[in-house]
Design a protein around this ligand. Structure first.
Ligand SMILES: *Cc1c(COP(=O)(O)O)cnc(C)c1O
Length: 499
């Protein structure tokens, strides 16, 4: 299987090359040349398989320049009990008669990014060995909070790899910040920027497209790659947990083979829900994809009107990992839905860069309507949902998961659609303790981040995850803050190669 760029279909690379490069040189994203099929028989057979075995089965269909043994060793290393503290890496928990939470936060950083970022370093090491001729890989990350920590944790002390993370100074939760600035490892760097996530992401993409800095790296036997969901190696492991959830619903007798399910996802950069769409394209019986946004509802408006318009106010909310106006992975979806019209996609993305908006063709809009519905949940509804779910079910949702639960419930009420629904639960509630305490109407005035987690534990009896509790005794290592305009020089000076 080969990979093409969304902005130039003539670009053709192997999976290993797509993973080491991260993004195509003309700015497009790598996409598989076709969607391999997963038959119902295969899905049924995977019921008895472990998560690592399910991952191997799915990944082997895409990473055809890797041997099955290679993929299996990556998956077994990534999805072990050492890294995921639950009975399996992505367990389902019943929310109500029709809906199930797919808990994706049992990994080392307590957010769903671990599902991909625990395996990506292994895939990156093999990919580099196949294609990078001994170059040192420099991973640049822009984060709205969770990717940064998960990438640092995944890549820390990985051989022949350096990693540098940029996060918005005032755009991440105190716990997220604490997780990043205390990161251990010899090959890691973390820098705050004066700007929001979109600024960080745009800055990183600019550096990837900068020939001069690439030459500078090449002269030092280094090359850039990405651990954001623009990297194919980040996306493909995310397909696995939707397949895994379907297998578990089969095992539990909730559905029979071939029955449709719906999937609801709290969305930011559109990576997680895109992986569900890819699972659907492979043949997983998914009927409707419910795209949930917080107050930054650019996607909801897009699904309604066909116009993507980020000329609007940016809000900082209690679900910071969804505070995004430019959802990068939408480009991959539009590429598929336009019949792989690379030229057309290039035009839309050019329009986005120059005017901040674009409108898709009626044909694409029709196709969107076939698969997706969008919905929004404001701060008040987020809080009410956390409280209501806790009061009635004794399930503690984080602020992001609550957005998806709320939008799912609206959808259910409006349509009456009783299809079993998998709701992506994307973070452990302790990662966003202030928001959750506020929702439960517990006074947390004057408490620091750790005292808040203790208060939450005292109120709910749910244990604080060890990786978060352990942060308290660690002192900050990274205090640097830079302007958006100096991200480039920060990269060079961190690598010790600039003039
Ligand atoms: C990253 C993240 C999201 C958004 O996921 P995308 O793939 O960017 O759409 C939602 N919730 C949490 C907790 C996250 O960390």
């Amino acid at each position: 299987m080969q990979y093409h760029s969304t902005r130039d279909s003539r670009v053709t690379v192997t999976a290993a090359r797509a993973i080491t490069m991260g993004i195509s040189s003309e700015g497009g994203l790598f996409v598989p040349e076709y969607f391999p099929k997963l038959s119902l028989d295969e899905i049924v057979a995977l019921q008895k398989a472990s998560y690592a075995e399910r991952a191997t089965a799915v990944l082997a269909k895409y990473l055809t320049d890797f041997t099955t043994e290679e993929i299996s060793s990556c998956a077994e290393a990534a999805y072990s009990r050492q890294h995921f503290r639950a009975r399996q890496p992505a367990p389902l928990r019943r929310l109500d008669a029709n809906a199930f939470l797919l808990e994706l936060w049992h990994g080392p950083t307590c957010a769903f990014k671990d599902m991909a970022l625990q395996i990506l370093p292994h895939l990156m090491r093999l990919s580099a060995a196949k294609t990078a001729n001994g170059k040192e890989i420099v991973i640049l990350v822009a984060t709205s909070g969770d990717t940064g920590k998960a990438a640092l944790e995944g890549f820390k002390d990985a051989p022949h790899t350096r990693i540098l993370v940029f996060y918005p100074e005032n755009g991440v939760s105190p716990m997220q910040k604490r997780q990043m600035v205390t990161q251990e490892g010899r090959n890691v760097g973390v820098c705050a920027i004066r700007g929001n996530f979109d600024d960080a992401q745009t800055g990183v993409k600019k550096i990837f497209a900068d020939r001069e800095i690439q030459d500078e790296l090449a002269a030092h036997n280094m090359m850039f790659s990405s651990a954001n969901s623009i990297n194919w190696g980040r996306l493909v492991p995310q397909i696995v947990y939707y397949v895994s959830a379907y297998c578990d619903l089969l095992s539990n007798g909730v559905i029979r083979a071939g029955d449709p399910i719906n999937v609801a996802v709290p969305t930011g950069n559109f990576g997680n829900i895109l992986a569900a769409f890819y699972a659907l394209k492979m043949g997983l019986p998914i009927k409707t994809l419910i795209c949930a946004s917080n107050r930054n509802c650019v996607l909801t408006d897009f699904f309604q009107t066909g116009t993507y318009d980020c000329n609007r106010e940016f809000y900082t909310t209690s679900s910071p990992s969804m505070d995004i106006l430019i959802s990068s992975n939408l480009e991959r979806l539009l590429y598929e839905l336009s019949g792989r019209d690379d030229w057309g996609i290039g035009k839309l993305m050019h329009s986005l860069a120059s005017t901040g908006k674009y409108t898709v063709s009626p044909a694409i809009k029709e196709s969107l309507d076939e698969y997706f519905v969008g919905g929004t949940c404001d701060e008040k509804q987020t809080m009410a949902t956390i409280r209501e779910v806790y009061d009635t079910q004794k399930i503690l949702c984080d602020t992001h998961t609550a957005v998806a639960v709320s939008v799912y419930r609206d959808y259910r009420a409006q349509t009456g659609d009783a299809t079993p629904t998998v709701i992506a639960s994307t973070a452990n509630p302790y990662k966003f303790a202030s928001g959750v305490l506020r929702a439960l109407r517990v006074d947390d005035a004057g408490l620091d981040e750790f005292e808040k987690t203790e208060r939450l534990e005292a109120v709910t009896g749910e244990t604080i995850p060890a990786p978060l509790a352990g942060l308290r005794s660690k002192s900050p290592r990274f205090t640097q803050v830079c302007d958006i305009g100096s991200m480039r020089s920060t990269v060079l000076s961190t690598l010790g190669i600039g003039r």
